[in-house]
Design a protein around this ligand. Structure first.
Ligand code: GRF
Length: 222
């Protein structure tokens, strides 16, 4: 008779709060305007928030996100995929740069690159991404446009842990906004971004102050 086996249950992985004697160290990755980064920078100005943006990394030069980091006194670094012979070499360089800042949490905030295995291994359970749709709907880079095209009445943003898939990792937080009859891509994108920034600030602050647990797909803060 064929034996059936139950796969071993993965143990919940708990990350404790950052130590109370120093702010949590955030490294933020960006590819564009960096308004989510700015929301984190502004929140970090309050010592009670419990975090500090120590570095901002990008996959391209000359973007406002890097300028925001510099103005805030954070270190910045750029790794362009096209400067590396292999994608894995880019991934290794990105991993090394981020690791050099000893982050408690790495935040992808409008970073338009999928990282590779080396990065995911180095920052397992502490690499989060904010995406402008209510996952699992509308993965990819055109969340608001795809939501409008589908005709949904509610859109929103999702903060999740990055895994090997595209927008598939365990969900930390979600926020919904209405889709209005006269919305176009710009108006819906902006409404989502306002809610998304608040969510990012609230969730990251709670995570670093209270710690988090990932149990399968279920994420608990505190
Ligand atoms: C965010 O809405 C994010 O969800 C999407 O790109 C946007 C980045 O905006 N992937 P910003 O650069 O933080 O202003």
């Amino acid at each position: 008779m064929e034996q059936t086996t139950t796969p071993p249950r993965t143990r919940p992985r708990r990350t404790p709060p950052s130590t109370t004697d120093r702010p949590a160290r955030l490294v933020v990755l960006v590819s564009g305007s960096g308004s989510n980064l700015q929301a984190l920078i502004d929140a970090c100005a309050d010592p009670a928030y419990g975090a500090q943006v120590v570095a901002v990394g990008a996959d391209r030069d000359g973007i406002e996100g890097l300028a925001r980091g510099e103005r805030a006194g954070a270190e910045t670094f750029v790794h362009r995929v096209r400067d590396y012979a292999e994608r894995a070499d880019w991934d290794a360089a990105l991993t090394a740069s981020v690791a050099s800042y000893e982050p408690d949490l790495v935040v992808s905030a409008g970073f338009l690159k999928l990282v590779g295995s080396e990065f995911l291994t180095a920052f397992a359970d502490r690499y989060v991404n904010t995406h402008n749709s209510l996952l699992p709907s509308f993965v990819g880079i055109h969340g608001p446009r795809d939501a409008l095209a589908y005709g949904v009445k509610v859109a929103g943003a999702t903060l999740f842990f990055v895994d090997h898939g595209v927008d598939t990792g365990p969900i930390i937080a979600q926020v919904a906004v209405p889709v209005l009859d006269d919305d176009d891509e710009d108006t819906l994108t902006e409404r989502i971004k306002q809610a998304e920034r608040r969510q990012l600030v609230d969730a990251v602050g709670a995570m670093v102050r209270e710690g988090w647990t990932i149990d399968g797909r279920k994420v608990t803060i505190g």
